[in-house]
Design a protein around this ligand. Sequence first.
Ligand SMILES: Cc1cc2nc3c(=O)[nH]c(=O)nc-3n(C[C@H](O)[C@H](O)[C@H](O)COP(=O)(O)O)c2cc1C
Length: 390
Amino acid sequence: MTHIQTQALSHIPSDIVSLGDYERVAADFIRRDILEYINGGVADDSTLSANRSVFDQLKLYNRIISNFSSDSCSDNGNASTHTELFGRTLTHPLLLSPVAHQQLVHPQGELATAEAARAMNTPMIISTLSNTPLAQIAKTAERSWFQLYWQPHREANLALIKQAEDAGCEAIVITLDAPVNGLRNRAQRAGFRLPDSINEVNLMGLPQAPARELNPGDSIVLKGFMADAPNMEDLHWLRQQTSLPLLAKGVSHPADAKQFIQLGFNGLIISNHGGRTLDTLPASIDLLPAIRQAVGKDVPLLLDSGIRRGTDVIKALALGANAVCIGRPQMWGLAVAGALGVAHCLKILKEEIEVSMALCGCANIKNITPDILVNPPASIHSRARHLGDM
Ligand SMILES: Cc1cc2nc3c(=O)[nH]c(=O)nc-3n(C[C@H](O)[C@H](O)[C@H](O)COP(=O)(O)O)c2cc1C
């Protein structure tokens, strides 16, 4: 068995300069079964690998006649990575995706991530399944959103939302693409089980799912778990429970996207859960243009799944996203160097966004248009968002 380094570092090794480096080095700090749980996709990892390969296949133009410093340049003076989301400014179009069970890789878990988020001025989306109470995380992070996994009792959902509101969370995200766990074959092969020491503290004391009486031969998936998944009425009810911006995460079908907006949701996170739910779903980035077309130019769209480079971020923005989120790199950074590691991941990505914008000739976020892509997908409609003709 390979030796696992148990203590996170208090410095950053000089050979870590990219999120990919964090992935490589994290393998020395995370027990193998836990690593398979974190890094794995589902079934044959088809979606997991598409999340990377589709970004790689999209090619960028560099623009080499600089207008950043020209007095006549209309963008002069507002060169910046700043963007607006729900009336608040983001210094970079980047957030931390909700990631459960962060104490699996570091004793401080989510609190260390929250420290990094605060230091790097990046909103953290707190998972329902955090191992630290959400109020404590929100206080440390300063800027946070809360991610809700639907609970079978409405009052449990309400209690979680109220806690999030009281803790100052700026938005509520309901994740809807995982009513049952995907086929986590890699974690299964490695014998992964959630250790007894890892607690879902936000759910403690809340009413749990009623025991379902199934007849012999009934499917626990279809008649059990899916019976607890939220339906249209539940989503309508949820919309009435908070005045905070409400987003649906896990959207892939344009028709679903439209329905959420009709229900009064304020934004969507296009995500395949990092390839962890239904294998052979397309890469999120592949779905983005059609969803932008379906919802129009004004609905905030975020995207995650596979974002590892600044170039990925500007490709997503070029295709119609307002911002992106990262998932696994949080766990890699945490495992290697705690809060310092996560902050370093964010710093790397933010600097990469700036370099990518500079080399593509984009002085600010509005300048990131489909024109920077050599081979935009045929279905692209996000151009209209930028040209304002939708
Ligand atoms: C270990 C792990 C735990 C996760 N926990 C949650 C969660 O609690 N809620 C949720 O909505 N998504 C969860 N996700 C999915 C992430 O929010 C995100 O969609 C995904 O990680 C993005 O892909 P990336 O890892 O390629 O960046 C989790 C992902 C991982 C890897």
